[in-house]
Write a protein that binds this ligand. Structure first.
Ligand code: PMT
Length: 410
């Protein structure tokens, strides 16, 4: 966050014809209150000039790694840490391939590797290139690592062909990134100082409760919310341990990840570590019940009806909150109705310091890229609007940092 509370966006421009639209994109982002730092690849300079982008962004454009003059101001590592969000627009097939394979052969790819900020791509390329299996595989890799992808749109292309591959319009990209956010970003505040070196333990993802060796009772949690929160807490300086149920997401940079499968395993992993943490956050969708007697062999199909007996799992969050001299404890509440009432009941019932409540259902809360939260604590509340989960996680991190700081200073 800038000193004036605006959202800091590092805009990476690669060499495609859609680069000519980026001065307009900078305008759309800055009019929503964002501060934009442009970084261009060498090829981007064939389509748009650094001077135009400097004029609209009001900041010198960065183009090369280890430029003595630029490095003397803000070096590339400081620039990587400066960004709240990295937007790559247009993202060419070549840039996507370099990012997918971890190249750091110019300033832009180095910054992406050196930054823990969430990355959004707005791809733009010829339709055949977009459909090529190599691009599709690179896209899957990038998405699996948590990159958000906006577009591309379908339509007439600069090469004269028609199909998918057009970069989304600047106004659409800016709206998808920033609309609904106060001042172009999450609420101002600097979590970094407040959480420096604070040990945080977090749960995320679903749990799987075995019925037999091949089947389980599970839920729709993807882990996106919890992993984004782990990344945001680590970016804010916390020492984060993440106990996660099965999720196909990479461990966020700087986070210690512990993989578990069932609620019982998550309970054991949390209880073994909770003594060392100052803040505990429960973002996991833990199964409340498990099959009473999982079968040693595969259940055979026989009768028309089958009854599965379930027994209660331990409530990890409630147990942590009840510890004498336990950590500052943040729960989540996943509700399909009466969000505030159910969240308040959980806040009080489990004796929590804070609760982040979200509406859930098919495609809402669970699995989705965006989410909204109602955050409650004893004597206060804050609504965080619909945002991409990484941006929402950054906003929640600031609230956690503020409330935690208030709790330790009394
Ligand atoms: O993973 P995503 O696809 O990104 O989706 C995110 C999410 C919807 C899973 C997440 O935002 C969320 O709401 N997580 C909590 C889900 C949940 O189980 O809520 P609950 O209201 O049933 O549980 C209340 C709290 O108790 C939660 O903090 C939960 O982690 C905790 N709990 C519940 C049961 C249990 N046995 N042990 C627990 O610790």
């Amino acid at each position: 966050m800038s000193v004036d509370g605006s959202y800091k966006i590092l805009l990476g421009i690669s060499g495609g014809i859609a680069a000519y639209k980026t001065p307009e994109l900078v305008r759309r982002l800055t009019e929503r209150g964002a501060t934009v730092q442009v970084v261009m690849t060498r090829a981007a300079g064939a389509f748009v000039t650094p001077l135009s982008l400097q004029a609209v962004s009001g900041r010198p454009v960065r183009t090369a790694l280890l430029e003595p003059e630029a490095e003397a101001g803000m070096d590339h590592i400081a620039l990587a840490r400066w960004a709240d969000l990295i937007l790559l627009a247009p993202a060419t097939a070549h840039l996507m391939a370099r990012l997918a394979h971890g190249f750091a052969d110019d300033l832009l790819t180095t910054l992406v590797l050196a930054s823990a900020a969430p990355v959004t791509l707005a791809p733009a390329m010829n339709r055949q290139m977009w459909r090529h299996p190599a691009t599709a595989a690179n896209l899957r890799l990038l998405e699996a690592r948590g990159c958000r992808v906006l577009g591309p749109a379908e339509g007439a292309q600069a090469c004269g062909e028609t199909g998918p591959g057009r970069m989304l319009e600047p106004a659409e990209i800016a709206a998808a990134l920033l609309d609904g956010t106060p001042q172009g970003g999450p609420p101002p505040g600097d979590a970094t100082g407040l959480l420096a070196d604070v040990p945080v333990l977090l749960t995320a993802g679903p749990t799987r409760e075995a019925i037999d060796p091949v089947r389980y009772v599970g839920n729709r949690s993807s882990g996106k919310m919890g992993y984004a929160l782990a990344a945001a807490l680590a970016r804010a300086g916390a020492r984060v341990s993440l106990v996660s149920g099965p999720a196909s997401l990479p461990c966020p940079p700087g986070v210690e990840c512990v993989g578990v499968e069932s609620a019982a395993e998550m309970h054991a992993a949390v209880m073994a570590r909770v003594g060392d943490c100052a803040i505990f956050v429960a973002a996991a969708a833990v199964a409340d019940y498990r099959p009473a007697a999982p079968l040693p062999g595969k259940l055979k199909k026989a009768a028309d009806r089958l009854t599965l007996e379930l027994v209660r799992n331990p409530d990890i969050l409630a147990e942590v909150a009840a510890l004498p001299a336990g950590p500052f404890t943040v729960g989540f509440a996943a509700e399909t109705e009466a969000l505030a009432a159910h969240a308040e009941a959980k806040l009080r019932g489990k004796g929590l310091d804070m609760i982040a409540a979200n509406l859930v259902g098919r495609g809402v809360g669970f699995e989705a890229d965006d989410n909204a939260l109602l955050v409650l604590w004893p004597g206060g509340r804050c609504s965080l609007p619909t945002l991409p989960k990484p941006a929402l996680a950054a906003a929640l991190t600031e609230l956690i940092a503020e409330r935690y700081a208030a709790s330790v200073t009394g």
